[in-house]
Design a protein around this ligand. Structure first.
Ligand SMILES: NC(=O)c1ccc[n+]([C@@H]2O[C@H](COP(=O)([O-])OP(=O)(O)OC[C@H]3O[C@@H](n4cnc5c(N)ncnc54)[C@H](OP(=O)(O)O)[C@@H]3O)[C@@H](O)[C@H]2O)c1
Length: 433
């Protein structure tokens, strides 16, 4: 079958979870991929840190490079596939050097694209090379291609999604088992689901990287990770999940981006989402993205957000795209048309809030709290207070009407200063998706 088909030679840097998965797909599905692309895709060289590590794949037929940067200067290599990770270091050098040498570059590295996406897209464009990163966002969901091609007829102004499978797993497990955050965190660590630097997951940074990439693809803006507002799940307690349920919501860590006259809004934080919203039922390690277009309306994508198979599937889809000659701009519009849009501050968000307070149970406390809210025109829709804790403290939960973020936060600063407050107030934004 592969006779007379022109060979496309690739080099793979990084043979960990994703890299080994890519090798498996390219070897196992070789004939099918050849017939779909009209080209024989041949791995000619690989690189990793440790040559002798058992990876469950046979790499004896490929050249080995101790230094992955050698791939950028190999004349026979058309595509360099980077599956090492990290926003800088070898990954960034390999990207710059490969693209500058006119080689196409495929990566699953969200940190790299979030930090350097526009500059790399410019280098790719200047050297007629392709830059592709489908696997960097939402693992197995083909969301980059769906937005950049499938929804290209639409003016897109808003998107949101569950972009980090690990924190979604943790929130799902808290609800399912009734265990608190710290216990679930320990279990998640043991399962090996957390990044080597857990704050990438727990503080919303990984989701922030992906959101910055999606914003660029959807709105045609220069990648602006520096202005993504990020807040993770560390302060979510079991009591919040239980109160949210009672109020008809579930708690999800969402990335939300929109573009308007107010600027580019990009924020990652826990949200209360109504039980009736499809995204409320995306559980465990799954990811989901909601994209709204002016003609298509609301679209909803769901799939596995990470893992060897889904992520490698997206990497190989990019390689196939290049083999088919689909070498358009990285963000689907030429770099000179990508806009520099000022960031919209989260302090101007307007919407309802869930507020949880842990206070001493004594006369006058509720009056002090409501006075602080009244002073900032924060009006309450619901207030819940259940029986006291064993230590005599009490949780008070409130749901506000639609208010300005800066007013809620100023009122909470005032409340936090009260001597009766045991734990800093927690505000969770309610998103009526
Ligand atoms: N895992 C996922 O589910 C997933 C999902 C989406 C995106 N991603 C992204 O995919 C990329 C790879 O992730 P992964 O999970 O596969 O990571 P991983 O399992 O830690 O693999 C990293 C690989 O890079 C190799 N490496 C490290 N330093 C190197 C260097 N200087 N030169 C060449 N190779 C080097 C390692 O070599 P050794 O094996 O010899 O140590 C290892 O094979 C990251 O950007 C990650 O964010 C991963």
């Amino acid at each position: 079958m592969s006779k007379n088909k022109k060979t496309l030679k690739i080099a793979i840097a990084g043979l960990g979870t994703v890299g080994a998965g890519v090798v498996k797909i390219l070897e196992n599905n070789k004939d099918m991929i050849t017939s779909r692309t009209g080209r024989v895709i041949e791995i000619v060289a690989v690189s990793a840190s440790n040559r002798s590590r058992d990876r469950g794949i046979d790499i004896s037929g490929y050249d080995w490079a101790d230094n992955a940067l050698d791939f950028a200067s190999r004349d026979d290599v058309e595509i360099v596939v980077e599956l090492i990770g990290g926003s800088d270091g070898v990954a960034a050098s390999l990207a710059k050097q490969s693209l500058a040498a006119g080689k196409s570059f495929v990566t699953a590295n969200k940190a790299l694209i979030a930090h350097h996406g526009f500059a790399l897209a410019q280098t790719a464009q200047d050297h007629n090379a392709a830059l592709k990163f489908e696997a960097a966002v939402a693992g197995g969901i083909p969301i980059i291609k769906s937005i950049g091609e499938g929804l290209a007829a639409n003016n897109l102004t808003r998107l949101c999604g569950i972009l980090n499978g690990t924190t979604n797993y943790m929130l799902t497990q808290m609800e399912a088992t009734g265990k608190d955050y710290s216990e679930i965190l320990e279990e998640t660590k043991l399962l090996g689901y957390l990044e080597a630097d857990p704050s990438l997951d727990l503080d919303g940074i990984d989701a922030g990287h992906k959101l910055a990439i999606l914003s660029s693809v959807a709105f045609g803006v220069k990648t602006d990770f520096a202005n993504v507002y990020m807040e993770g799940i560390r302060r979510i307690k079991l009591v919040d999940i239980e109160y949210a349920k009672e109020l008809g919501y579930r708690i999800k860590l969402l990335g939300i981006a929109s573009i308007s006259d107010a600027g580019l809004e990009q924020r990652v934080h826990p949200c209360l989402v109504p039980n009736a919203a499809p995204i409320a039922h995306v559980d465990d390690g799954f990811n989901a993205v909601v994209v709204e277009g002016d003609f298509v309306g609301r679209t909803f994508f769901e799939g596995r957000g990470a893992g060897e198979g889904p992520t490698a599937s997206a990497v190989v889809a990019d390689i196939i795209d290049i083999a088919r000659g689909h070498n358009g701009p990285a963000f689907f519009i030429p770099c000179h048309d990508m806009k520099d849009v000022p960031a919209a501050s989260i302090s101007n968000r307007y919407g309802p809030y869930y507020i949880r307070l842990h206070v001493e149970e004594k006369p006058g406390v509720i009056a002090d709290i409501t006075a602080a809210l009244r002073d900032k025109n924060v009006s309450l829709h619901i207030m819940l207070q259940k029986g006291s804790e064993q230590d005599g403290s009490v949780y008070v939960v409130m749901v506000t009407h639609e208010v300005r973020e800066k007013d809620v936060m100023t009122a909470l600063d005032q409340i936090n200063a009260l001597s009766s407050v045991i734990d800093k107030a927690l505000a969770i934004r309610i998103e009526n998706l």
